[in-house]
Design a protein around this ligand. Structure first.
Ligand code: SAM
Length: 280
């Protein structure tokens, strides 16, 4: 009998993929973790029934969550990643020889261990000597940290369960305290299409605006996320994502990226009218 994985994208819409093999399953202290091998999307990581990462389309998410900030400030040296247990964001960051320190704070060690074991395509750079992994709650880490970062990437689950506190004004305020004057915060900011994620996107964006003087959102097409239309937030005390984009400097890194490029960077901030209106 065929085995299918199905995610509920709304009360009335579902997204399914045919499963080759169920590779890993564990209930951690925080969430239910599954790794499947699928015909269309390769290996996939599922947390509490929601797709986090797939072998085929993870490059889109990880390019956009990493390179947009790096191209606005190519001098970034010290980075904090909150969440990101599959390792894909850290993998992209380690490609910059100019980055000196990467701190990753992931609440769930089981996600990290399972990703190292079964998702080598994203987790293969967690052993880079510039990476320090903290297994703890990112909310507490940011509140108590005395460090100053150039870039904070909030690579979280949705605002339910352990990820809920990563979408609050209080958390964004705490992030602002540990960001330098040219600091940038990038977050995965949900989707405008279905009603649940739409409300989450609107709320998170307006909370970012309560804290940061510059807040813009940018979009990308991620086939396995609800509706395929995904939004990221860009927040900074001083840098604008388009006016301060350093095209030549970023291109001089010579990084080969599969999705990101500096023309797309500029286009990604041009939003459909219905999205612009909901964020007014
Ligand atoms: N690409 C993904 C997406 O948007 O669907 C996100 C992937 S990553 C696996 C998300 C990680 O955030 C999970 O491993 C989860 O354990 C972690 N996480 C959730 N809440 C957290 C918290 N409060 N502190 C640190 N990590 C957290």
């Amino acid at each position: 009998m065929d085995l299918w994985f199905t995610e509920h994208h709304s009360d009335n819409a579902r997204f399914s993929m045919k499963v080759k093999e169920h590779i890993f399953s564990e209930n951690s202290e925080f969430q239910k973790i599954n790794i499947l091998d699928t015909y269309e999307f390769g290996r996939v990581l599922v947390l509490d029934g929601f797709l986090m990462t797939t072998e085929r389309d993870e490059f889109i998410y990880h390019d956009m969550i990493t390179h947009v900030g790096m191209a606005v400030n190519p001098s970034i040296k010290k980075v904090l990643v909150i969440g990101g247990g599959d390792g894909g964001t850290v993998r992209e960051l380690t490609r910059y020889s100019t980055i000196q320190e990467i701190h990753m704070v992931e609440i769930d060690e089981v996600v990290v261990d399972a990703s190292k074991e079964y998702l080598g395509f994203t987790a293969d750079r967690l052993s880079d000597e510039r990476v320090t992994l903290y297994i703890e709650d990112g909310i507490r880490f940011v509140k108590e940290s005395k460090e100053i970062y150039d870039l904070i990437i909030v690579d979280s689950t949705d605002p339910i369960g352990p990820g809920e506190g990563l979408f609050t004004t209080e958390f964004y305020n705490d992030c602002s305290q540990i960001l330098g004057d040219n600091g940038i915060l990038i977050n995965q900011n949900e989707s405008p299409y279905y009603s649940d994620t739409r409300e989450q996107m609107i709320r998170a964006t307006s909370r970012l605006k309560e804290v940061f003087p510059i807040v813009e959102v940018f979009q990308s097409h991620i086939p396995t996320y609800p509706s395929g239309h995904w939004i990221f937030g860009f927040a900074s005390k001083s840098l604008h994502p388009i006016k301060d984009l350093k095209i030549e400097e970023w291109e001089s890194f010579g990084l080969k990226t599969k999705y990101y490029n500096t023309a797309l960077h500029q286009g990604a901030f041009a939003l459909p009218t219905y999205v612009r209106e909901m964020l007014k």
